[in-house]
Write a protein that binds this ligand. Structure first.
Ligand code: PLP
Length: 388
């Protein structure tokens, strides 16, 4: 039976629970596992250190190699992204680092990155710390930037922080066979599934919407078996693994992901529409507004515009002052949780980004939560009016 997508969100990764005689996800905290013999243990070690997964009943040796609680979360994510496999990491940045290391190890260290990107992703690429060489481009500039040693094309849509949308199919065509990585953190698989339209890897900061409650960090990459094995090998060797307790929380978050994303989106729509008519707001950036979606991607590539928005006011001083005046929402970085957060990208999340690509200092980004939209709007408006 082909299950509905919301059903999958509730049940994926829980297939073995009934056989275990439990109903909720079990939390297995073991750092090590009993070995029957040196030979069988060594064989399992070898398998997992080279990117394999243990067979049922085979020893898992050591938590850095494999853990059942973590594997259940991965299996939930792969089902939601329509991917054969998913590999999780300690954070979104650890996931990106593993993807970059895989390209470098394959002798293809050149990365074409479509700006804007999350500030941390821009930073790791700009520093070249992991042995990559980057060419930053704007949408449409990918093909001209490709080199024989280009191993990856990286993009976000909606992008952080200006919510710019990008046509993934067009990007994949431009990439001309080079694997495309889409950071799907803002859209989540509820609204957009890039692997179904040609991307090779989908990356998430699971810290954001997947967990959804602001209390667990993680990263995850959904992809094909070849990439997955390579990423597991890198994880086993370098140790940037997701541990069981956050994996448990993130997996629990998947069950409510569709409901949260749709409800937050509904709130965001109302807040964006109302902000647009406020005289102190010079621009609202939200994919649900027709002028922010010139390619008509909402309703085609994305089933909805999501719950992140940015807006601009007249001066940078005003933008920096507004977050100090909010009372219901929290002035904090991060996004995608059940409560509303506001932050100044140029000063915080995108601080390390080079001047030519830095977001406008007049811009604030808001992650809309599950509060009543009237309350979110009232808080935002009183903070704006306290300053402007
Ligand atoms: C937060 C974020 C990341 C980094 O994830 P961490 O879990 O903080 O390491 C990457 N991409 C996007 C779009 C993000 O918002």
């Amino acid at each position: 039976m082909e299950l509905g997508w919301d059903t999958t969100a509730v049940h994926a990764g829980r297939e073995d629970l009934a056989a275990l005689g439990v109903h909720a996800i079990p939390l297995d905290m073991s750092t090590t596992a009993p070995l029957a013999s040196v030979g069988s243990g060594g064989e399992a070690y070898e398998l997992m250190a080279t990117g394999g997964v243990p067979a049922p009943g085979q020893t898992t040796v050591y938590q850095r190699l494999w853990n059942p609680t973590v594997a259940r979360f991965e299996s939930g994510v792969s089902a939601l992204e329509g991917a054969p496999e998913a590999v999780s990491f300690a954070t979104g940045m650890a996931a990106l680092a593993a993807v970059l290391l895989a390209a470098v190890a394959d002798g293809k260290p050149h990365v074409v990155a479509v700006r804007p990107l999350y500030g941390g992703s821009d930073h790791v690429l700009a520093t070249g710390l992991l042995g990559t060489q980057v060419t930053f481009v704007r949408p449409g500039g990918v093909r001209a930037a490709l080199r024989p040693d280009t191993g990856l094309v990286i993009a976000e849509t909606p992008a952080n922080p200006d919510l710019r949308l990008l046509d993934i199919k067009a990007l994949v065509a431009e990439a001309d066979g080079v694997p495309v990585v889409i950071d799907n953190t803002f859209a989540t698989p509820v609204l957009q599934r890039p692997l179904e339209i040609g991307a090779s890897l989908v990356l998430h900061s699971a810290t954001k919407f997947l967990g959804g409650h602001g209390d667990a960090m993680g990263g995850v990459v959904a992809t094909d078996p070849g990439w997955a094995a390579r990423l597991r090998q890198i994880r086993a060797i370098t140790g940037g693994l997701l541990t069981p307790w956050p994996a448990y929380l993130l997996h629990r978050g998947l069950a409510t992901l569709p409901v949260r994303v749709r409800a937050q989106q509904e709130n965001a729509h109302k807040v964006a529409a109302a902000l647009q008519s406020h005289e102190a707001v010079t621009r609202v950036l939200y994919p649900g507004l027709p002028e922010c979606d010139p390619l008509g991607l909402v309703g085609t590539q994305m089933s909805g515009p999501g719950s992140l928005m940015s807006f601009e006011v007249d001066t940078a001083d005003q933008a920096e002052a507004i977050p100090a005046h909010v009372s219901l929402m929290t002035h904090a970085v991060s996004l995608g949780g059940v409560d509303t957060l506001i932050q100044h990208p140029a000063g915080l999340t995108h601080r390390p980004v080079a001047a030519e690509a830095k977001p406008h200092a007049t811009m604030l980004r808001v992650s809309i939560g599950l509060e009543n939209p009237e309350d979110i709007l009232a808080d935002l408006v009183q903070a704006i009016e306290a300053v402007c």
